[in-house]
Design a protein around this ligand. Sequence first.
Ligand code: AMP
Length: 130
Amino acid sequence: MADCVFCKIIDGEIPARMIYESEDAVAFLDLSPWQTGHSLVIPRRHVADVLEDDTVLETLAPTVVEVAKLLKSKLGATACNIISNAGKDSGQEVFHAHVHVVPRYPDQPGLKHLRDGSEVDLDEVHAKLS
Ligand code: AMP
């Protein structure tokens, strides 16, 4: 896709710090890492986000696992957060599907900072989903 920054990375038109490549997917370091080694796994074919079709997550999964192993073995990460923003209101900024693989280290565990402190009615949410 002409204006897609991640398609340009795949085509070699703009540089990226590649860390892993497979037939269907590539992985490279995020330019603005949340943690040391924060990487992105993207499909070679252009898809706007991981919910755009039924197969893209499946396509990315083996590369996500390989990248997580790499981050653990080479950087000493003890865990990873695996996140994909799908759609504008999720915070997605680049509309070529990608999975964030964020290595985590013992000195800064968890995602507690994601909580905004507001009350949530779990029964109401459950009722909507059941
Ligand atoms: P998202 O908010 O889920 O769309 O995440 C997009 C991510 O892509 C952000 O974390 C950016 O830092 C990252 N990003 C944008 N452009 C580049 C680039 N040229 N190379 C590496 N990472 C990038």
